[in-house]
Design a protein around this ligand. Structure first.
Ligand SMILES: [Zn+2]
Length: 664
């Protein structure tokens, strides 16, 4: 995009832009997409540009247009049967354009000149000055670089000589202008019109000088006796003001590159004895091993601009490539994050293990050993996607200045030149996916680990040591947060209800069954009922009775008569409620999973969630688990099946214990 911006400043490029990247980095896909979009845009009303068509009138018609037409047809027929269908159709439409029924014949400028260039150069300033009001546009037109060509460029040799001959004939510039018409410049890559792409295997043209017999005859008839105006042009004229591209600098394209180099060094080249300007955007693709070619030609250096296309380093893009190749439905076969972790492993093979900018920022990476690899590649990938991970310390977050970010991004220019190519990664994804995709089980981290550990046996240096373990740790940390959060969100609502029910229930004897007048829950007031909430409030069983009494006393003396009845507050606005709620939440935030994970019933119930057996568990446990599962789906994009699998995973692997130290 920076290069595109630089075009706008209008500086004469005279350069070959070489897209440089390792094998399978998607260079040709990139160039094809770019050309397709360019063609689309250039042929749209917004992107249209115009070219010169000379519409000349015969003084008397030359030797029978009709016989010419039949000759045209014959030639087209020959070409068509020679397998050169495209050439034939081009020839047909070209000829059709040239002679109209009323004796006019059209000659398009072979170099697709803009019609404004036919205004004599020394008059253009005056011309535009007269044409436009003294408004802002005129000011831009006269001052901005991007309009400079309007005042500086010359028309092609053919247009210039035709213009001069017509002046000689008519002695009136304005009359000559009557013959100048404009038509949209039609870009057609298949016809090599405006956009041309050469593959290394494309043989050089037998005739490097192109002409048109019909046009030449018409011209000669119109301008007899004068110096011959030759309608001759080269292959380059066809892409003048367009794009000329070389796919891979090999075989015949090497010769083409050399030729281009000579042309841009001089700015013009000879077509027989006519000089032809070449003003095209010149692109070429290059693989690292072909760069040697340029080393041999020192003169190239100032004529070549390299644009790096390394392997994909952006996580989201890498995943989008899998989706593009295998369909969006692949997401459904993975537990959340696992698909992205596949991409993380692929990207890790492309990153260098040394990063000065990262080291300077983080210092000792050991402090993040629980979440990140020792080379900080995982952190770097997060930075590339613009995400700051939660486990990063406050200090490091605040040290992450714009300058530091820039430095990391700048350094990344050296990444993406080794490791698994785009082609490799698609092949591997295909292999991995078809091995592990199943209807009844989502693809999880253990499958990913198994696949890549096997792969690394054959290529031990492809991944840094310990990367897969670090990736798993980061994954574990993240899913643990998700499960915790899901339980916690649920508790915010549920705890509120539980506390209100508790405050209400302490007013009754054990064994009573009451309808809570605030929550409308039907409460079976038992010791178990109290204990469940007291556990969360961290009330020791020995103090339980005293605690219940004090809650009841506060309720009947302060909360109910003063705050609620007298001041009209809701029960949730009373200080008693606030006190109990705060006590509960505080513990929960810290250790939300602990009471659950210690509870064997909870662990077992998680595993039978979705099954008939689940209903045999305590109502409370059923509710807790159901809410947790729902939150995982709502807030973290798990499927129903995925939510169950991830909870089972956290429970079975004692993930919570691994991260028992307070984080941050
Ligand atoms: Zn021209």
């Amino acid at each position: 995009m920076r290069h595109v911006d630089s075009f706008k400043t209008g500086v004469k490029q005279n350069k070959i832009y070489i897209f440089d990247g390792p094998h399978g980095s998607g260079k040709s896909t990139f160039l094809n997409n770019l050309l397709r979009k360019f063609e689309e845009y250039a042929n749209s009303p917004e992107g249209v540009s115009y070219e010169v068509v000379w519409r000349l009138k015969h003084d008397h018609l030359v030797g029978g247009v009709h016989s010419l037409n039949s000759l045209t047809d014959k030639l087209a027929w020959v070409l068509e049967n020679d397998g050169q269908r495209e050439l034939a159709s081009e020839f047909k439409c070209a000829c059709k354009d040239h002679v109209t029924a009323d004796g006019y014949f059209d000659i398009p400028c072979p170099s697709h000149d803009n019609p404004l260039l036919l205004i004599p150069k020394e008059m253009r300033r005056q011309f535009f000055d007269d044409l436009f009001e003294n408004d802002e546009f005129k000011w831009h037109l006269f001052t901005e670089k991007k309009y400079e060509w309007l005042f500086q460029d010359e028309p092609c040799t053919f247009c210039v000589s035709l213009y001069q001959e017509l002046i000689k004939k008519y002695h009136d510039p304005l009359k000559v202008m009557d013959y100048v018409f404009a038509r949209p410049y039609v870009f057609n890559r298949r016809l090599g019109q405006g956009v041309s792409v050469f593959n290394p295997g494309d043989k050089p043209l037998r005739h490097t000088v192109l002409s048109n017999e019909v046009i030449q005859k018409n011209l000669d008839a119109l301008l007899p006796g004068s110096k011959r105006v030759s309608y001759l042009y080269s292959r380059y004229a066809k892409t003048n003001n367009g794009i000329y591209a070389l796919m891979d600098i090999k075989s015949h394209n090497t010769e083409r590159l050399m030729e281009l180099h000579n042309i841009i060094s001089d700015g013009v080249h000879k077509v027989e004895d006519i000089e032809e300007n070449v003003n095209s955007l010149l692109f070429a693709l290059m693989n690292p091993e072909d760069k040697k070619l340029l080393d041999d030609m020192h003169a190239f250096a100032d004529r070549v601009e390299f644009i790096n296309i390394p392997y994909v380093l952006d996580l989201q893009t890498e995943v989008d490539i899998y989706r593009e190749n295998f369909g969006k439905h692949i997401d459904e076969s993975f537990l959340p994050r696992v698909l992205h972790n596949f991409a993380r492993i692929i990207i890790a093979t492309r990153l260098r293990t040394q990063s000065e900018a990262m080291e300077e920022w983080i210092g000792g990476p050991e402090k993040y050993a629980l979440y990140c690899d020792k080379h900080l590649q995982l952190l770097k990938m997060e930075i590339f996607t613009g995400h700051i991970p939660e486990w990063l310390s406050e200090e490091d977050v605040s040290n992450f200045t714009a300058k530091r970010r820039q430095k990391i991004v700048a350094e990344s220019e050296k990444d993406g030149w080794k490791g698994l190519s785009g082609r490799d990664s698609i092949k591997m994804f295909n292999e991995f996916y078809s091995t592990y995709v199943r209807d009844d089980k989502l693809i999880d981290m253990s499958m990913l680990g198994k696949y890549f550990r096997e792969f690394c046996k054959n290529d031990r240096d492809i991944l840094p040591m310990g990367f897969l373990d670090s990736l798993l740790r980061m994954y574990n940390y993240t899913v643990l947060q998700e499960v915790k959060e899901s339980l916690y969100y649920y508790n915010e609502e549920q705890i509120s209800k539980d506390i209100i029910n508790y405050i209400f229930a302490v007013n009754f004897e054990i064994g009573a069954v009451e309808l809570c007048e605030f929550t409308s829950d039907r409460l079976e007031i038992t010791d178990e009922f109290f204990e469940h909430i007291e556990l969360r409030l961290q009330v020791e069983p020995a103090d339980a009775v005293a605690f219940r009494n004090s809650v009841q006393k506060t309720y009947t003396t302060i909360a109910l008569p003063q705050e609620m009845l007298r001041d009209g507050l809701l029960i949730t606005e009373t200080s008693l409620y606030a006190h109990l709620y705060e006590k509960c939440i505080h513990n929960l935030k810290e250790k939300v999973l602990e009471p659950f994970l210690k509870n064997e019933n909870f662990r077992r119930a998680v595993k039978v969630f979705n099954r008939e057996e689940f209903k045999t568990y305590d109502r409370k446990i059923q509710n807790d688990i159901t809410y947790m599962m729902e939150n995982l789906q709502k807030k973290h994009n798990y499927s129903r099946q995925g939510a169950k699998e991830i909870c089972t995973y956290v429970v079975d692997n004692n993930i919570a214990e691994n991260f028992a130290l307070p984080v941050k």
